[in-house]
Structure formats: structure tokens, C-alpha cells
Design a protein. Structure first.
Length: 256
């Protein structure tokens, strides 16, 4: 695993850099997860493995640092990803974001379009009402969540995993997520409306749904707005673990 040190934050942003041809796929995970856990099976799929891939663990998650003074907002995360892409000299990347990572991807594509050649977002939060899990987290004060709420959520996730083993990795990544990072990220999501920003993008973009998430309130809006929609079969919001091959094929279909 590689890392970029941010002296101003005294923290490392960690990522897997898998060699291959262009365009480079840049993968951003959801809240409480990690790209190092969610995306390996996807990028090693035969249709994606020929391409260079960056699997980024956002600050506060996975193997990356957990700077106490960082805001963990959508904008702050997008800025750190941009710093990494600038450091690596990358342009025209194919940006893939799931849930919270999809929302960050939208902000990054809007603020640094020079870095992005294509965008795939998998059930990102476009409106505050989309943020179900984040709403539960953000409804607590940061102090309450850090003190007891995070441990309670990890325990709840363990019950989900007992019923559906596909959630097992989420228990581990959630446990590894800095509680303050989880709370601040959730708070940023529930206070953000990204629909206008998303529909205003000029970069080629595709919205992924898990089939089990349909019908969805955004589906007709997306189609009316001319945004291509792809559906991952046999999966819901947790599509990265539920059907990684289906996600890989949907992403590969968007490549030039």
C-alpha cells in the first residue's frame, strides 16, 4: 500500500495503486467502509483488471490517518483526493464512488473537472433525505456519538452480519473508522444538497442502482435529466459486497 503524507494535517492518505492502462480508475468508498476492503474484487474483474486503479482509503477510514483537526466534510475529502491526483500527475481519471464516496466524487468532479474524464456514482446521497444511516449518526451530538454511539452502531452492524454475512466486512471497517470522522462525515451529508451540482456537471456520468433499491425516488429524475442509469442485479445499496462482478461490469460499460 502507498501513502501520501499531508504535513499540514500530519496524516497519511493511504491507497493501493494497481498498474495498468489509462484511464485510471479512482475508487472512493462509502461512510464507515474502506476502498481497500470494498473494491479489490471489483478492480480485479477481467473487464477492469487491464486498467490502472487507485483504491483510496479516505482520511479517518481504513489504513489512512485520522487527523483530529480535519473536518471530514465532502469538500475536505474531495480536496485531499485532488491533492493525491495532482501528486501522481493524473488527469482524465475515471472516478467511481459509492454512497458517501459518490457524493465526494460529485464534489470533486465539480471543483476539479480538469482531473476527471468520467464519473460513476453508485447510489450517492443527492439530498439530505437520502442519508438514512448518516441521519442516525448525525442526530446525535459528536460527543455522544464518539463516547457511546459508535460502539452501539458497531454492535448493531454485527447483528446485521449475523443475519447476512455479506455485511461482515462492514463490521470490521466500521470498527476501524474514527468515530469523529464518521460523525463529521454524516453531518456533512445530511446538510448537503448535491442534485443541482450533479445535474450541472458536463463530464460523462452514470448513476448505478442496486436492483433491490428500486423503485427509487431519483430514478425518473435521472432519466429525465439525461443521466444514464445502470442497474446492478441481485444487489441493493451494499452492491460492492453483494455483487462485485455486477458492479465491475457496470463500471466497465462506462469506459471509453
Amino acid at each position: 500500500m502507498d501513502a501520501l503524507h499531508f504535513p499540514d494535517l500530519d496524516a497519511h492518505l493511504c491507497y493501493h495503486d494497481l498498474s495498468g492502462r489509462q484511464p485510471t480508475g479512482v475508487y472512493l468508498h462509502g461512510l464507515g467502509t474502506a476502498s481497500s476492503a470494498d473494491f479489490p474484487a471489483i478492480v480485479h474483474h477481467p473487464r477492469l483488471s487491464p486498467y490502472r486503479s487507485l483504491l483510496i482509503d479516505l482520511l479517518g477510514s481504513g489504513f489512512s490517518g485520522r487527523p483530529a483537526a480535519f473536518s471530514y466534510s465532502l469538500e475536505a475529502h474531495a480536496a485531499t483526493v485532488a491533492r493525491l491526483l495532482d501528486h501522481l500527475g493524473l488527469r482524465d481519471c475515471h472516478l467511481v464512488g459509492h454512497s458517501f464516496g459518490g457524493s465526494i466524487a460529485i464534489v470533486l468532479a465539480a471543483t476539479r473537472p480538469d482531473l476527471i474524464g468520467g464519473l460513476v456514482v453508485a447510489e450517492p446521497n443527492l439530498d439530505p433525505e437520502d442519508a438514512t444511516l448518516s441521519g442516525i449518526v448525525a442526530n446525535q451530538s459528536e460527543e455522544a456519538y464518539v463516547t457511546a454511539g459508535h460502539a452501539a452502531l458497531v454492535a448493531q452492524a454485527a447483528t446485521w452480519a449475523a443475519a447476512a454475512p455479506v455485511w461482515a466486512s462492514f463490521v470490521g471497517t466500521l470498527r476501524a473508522t474514527a468515530p469523529a470522522a464518521m460523525h463529521r462525515g454524516a453531518t456533512s451529508l445530511v446538510s448537503s444538497s448535491l442534485g443541482g451540482m450533479f445535474f450541472g456537471l458536463t463530464v460523462p456520468r452514470t448513476y448505478l442502482f442496486g436492483a433491490q433499491s428500486l423503485p427509487h425516488q431519483h430514478e425518473e429524475l435521472l432519466r429525465a435529466g439525461g443521466v444514464p442509469v445502470a442497474v446492478v442485479p441481485d444487489a441493493g445499496h451494499g452492491m460492492m459486497g453483494e455483487n462485485p462482478a455486477g458492479v465491475a461490469q457496470a463500471v466497465a460499460d462506462t469506459l471509453p
